[in-house]
Design a protein around this ligand. Structure first.
Ligand SMILES: [Zn+2]
Length: 336
């Protein structure tokens, strides 16, 4: 019996689907061609429509479908200008792909949205992409211009810090806007995470849109909060629950570690105390001749115990001494 099939819209303007197939690895391969006629000449900027041929096949990553990665395959159209000297040719400019990118615009947006409240490593694992491919997406969007005319209002503005472990940037800021319809839109990627950079970006937002911002959601990074308080004083500042949870987890972990340390210390002190009493009992029952070596051990244990207590009360602050001492105590007591 034939498997049930479905048809879903590709949501890419001005293209025709020539073929769809599924690769051996289960990836969806969609072969398309552009139906847009012409492009602006790269020299004079005039709209040119004389087709000069097609470039080599290009394969780019696109949005996943039904849990499978998908790829678009196409041959870019090349047009020739009849007016410029030497009649130069220009590769067609597309609304859905930038010639230097291995991703469609839609896939770049998908990656950026995955980065909200996440890390480059996590997204690279989830999407099976290299670290560089994920940061490449961020780099392509740094300082790109926002088409504000396409936005009527922003209900919640989001500022997300993304830590980069490699490359010349340590952090970038992802700016998102949740629209009234619930749609989450990428507004920009700032090259850093400093207050001045955020302020510069907020000042680019037209006043008619700024007025509609009800809340700004960000992590607890002071630079973000200061920039928002200064530029959007009436908007509610909301700490992202992801970041609040992160701080709670950190605090809980610190308490757990302190408690663990205290328990271990008490346990070790008890063990040593027991050993000292035991050695003292043994010592008193020994003949005079055999007392001498045991006396040294009792004295040694008592000194160690005193030093250990000193460390525990914080009078001795050298951590390494504390460590050596614990090791010595454990050795000494285990030999009894
Ligand atoms: Zn021209």
């Amino acid at each position: 019996m034939a498997k049930a099939q479905i048809t879903i819209p590709l949501d890419i303007p001005d293209v025709r689907v020539l073929q769809t197939s599924v690769s051996e690895r289960g990836e969806i391969i969609i072969t398309i061609e552009s139906t847009k006629a012409g492009t602006p000449c790269r020299k004079c900027g005039k709209w040119i429509t004389k087709l000069h041929g097609r470039d080599e096949w290009v394969t780019i990553r696109h949005l996943p479908a039904l849990g499978r990665p998908s790829y678009l395959r196409y041959r870019p159209n090349r047009y020739q200008c009849q007016d410029c000297a030497g009649q130069p040719t220009t590769t067609q400019n597309l609304e859905w792909h930038d010639a230097n990118s291995p991703h469609s615009f839609a896939y770049d947006n998908h990656i950026l949205l995955l980065l909200v409240n996440s890390t480059v490593e996590d997204v690279s694992l989830k999407e099976n992409l290299s670290y560089e491919r994920v940061t490449g997406t961020l780099e392509r969007r740094v300082e790109s211009r926002v088409d504000w005319t396409a936005i009527a209002e922003i209900e919640i503005l989001g500022l997300d810090e993304i830590a980069l472990k490699k490359g010349h940037r340590a952090y970038v800021t992802l700016v998102t806007g949740r629209l009234h319809s619930g749609e989450l839109r990428i507004l920009g990627v700032l090259p850093g995470h400093e207050k001045a950079e955020v302020i510069d970006f907020l000042r680019l937002i037209p006043f008619r849109i700024l007025q509609t911002v009800q809340a700004v959601c960000c992590d607890l990074w002071e630079a973000y909060m200061e920039a928002v308080r200064q530029e959007l004083p009436t908007a509610r500042l909301v700490a992202d629950r992801f970041h609040v949870a992160k701080h709670y987890r950190h605090a809980a972990d610190q308490i757990r570690k302190q408690d663990q340390k205290a328990r271990t210390a008490t346990f070790e002190e008890r063990t040593v105390n027991r050993s000292v009493s035991k050695t003292q009992r043994q010592f008193s029952s020994l003949s005079k001749k055999r007392r001498k070596p045991q006396q040294r051990r009792t004295e040694n244990l008592e000194t160690l115990l005193r030093a250990f207590r000193l460390c525990q009360t914080g009078l001795c602050f050298a951590g390494t001494i504390d460590c050596h001492l614990q090791h010595e105590l454990i050795q000494e007591t285990s030999s009894i």
